[in-house]
Design a protein around this ligand. Structure first.
Ligand code: PLP
Length: 217
């Protein structure tokens, strides 16, 4: 696997308005540094403690994105440095992030994870829950979190028309809720297997792991 070559190939296909999260979960610090030397600065992890260990050891201009499911009792381990939390799936979690951000004198950017896949196992809000949450008065009391947009994962399937239709649904929800006072500008959708479709359907941020770093064990 030539990480720099993979990275450059992918970057050359991305439109300028789409940012790339290099998903480095399970990958070594040496692998991350190879991507770093090729110019990559945004990395995504799905385990908070693994991300915190890498943050400690690696260059401080890396922006760390938490892309996985977040347990409330672990938010404190990332609150000092995380740059975007993709997987916010409850108001309780948002409150905890706000509390820990306050302690760290930071504002933490967050995305609301929306359940778009037909599979039942994935985390996230449904569309109505997102609409309701964004109307909550309590949200404006959370001064140390900023909701920057939405994140979703399509069904894991070869059927690209199904994937496309799930991405379309998420984009349409995003367009609906971002009109108004919220100032949202990030739609995180697309992984190695489906990011070209995601971009066609309006993604502004793709999360790509195996196509850069090779398969995970
Ligand atoms: C692992 C993961 C990715 C990257 O998956 P690849 O198929 O390796 O590109 C993207 N998003 C989330 C939420 C992930 O957990």
């Amino acid at each position: 696997m030539d990480i720099a070559e993979n990275l450059n190939k992918i970057k050359s296909t991305l439109p300028a308005h789409v940012s790339l999260v290099a998903v480095s979960k399970t990958k070594s610090e040496a692998d991350i540094m190879e991507a770093y030397r090729a110019g990559q600065r945004i990395f995504g992890e799905n385990k908070i403690q693994e991300m915190a260990a890498k943050w400690e050891n690696l260059p401080k201009d890396i922006q760390w994105h938490m892309i996985g499911h977040v347990q409330r009792n672990k938010v404190k381990y990332m609150a000092g440095f995380v740059s975007l939390v993709h997987g916010v799936d409850s108001l309780r979690l948002l409150r905890e992030i706000d509390k820990r951000a306050t302690q760290n004198e930071r504002v933490i950017d967050c995305l609301l994870q929306v359940h778009i896949a037909r599979e039942s196992s994935k985390f996230g809000f449904d569309a109505d829950e997102v609409r309701t949450l964004l109307k909550e008065d309590t949200l404006s009391e959370l001064k140390h979190v900023r909701i920057r947009g939405l994140m979703g994962m399509a069904t894991f399937t070869e059927d690209m028309e199904q994937v496309r239709s799930e991405f379309k649904d998420l984009k349409s929800l995003y367009d609906e809720v971002r009109t108004g006072q919220h100032g949202m500008d990030i739609l995180s959708m697309g992984m190695s297997g489906d990011y070209t479709v995601a971009i066609e359907e309006g993604s502004t941020m793709v999360r790509i792991g195996s196509s850069i770093f090779g398969p995970r064990d």
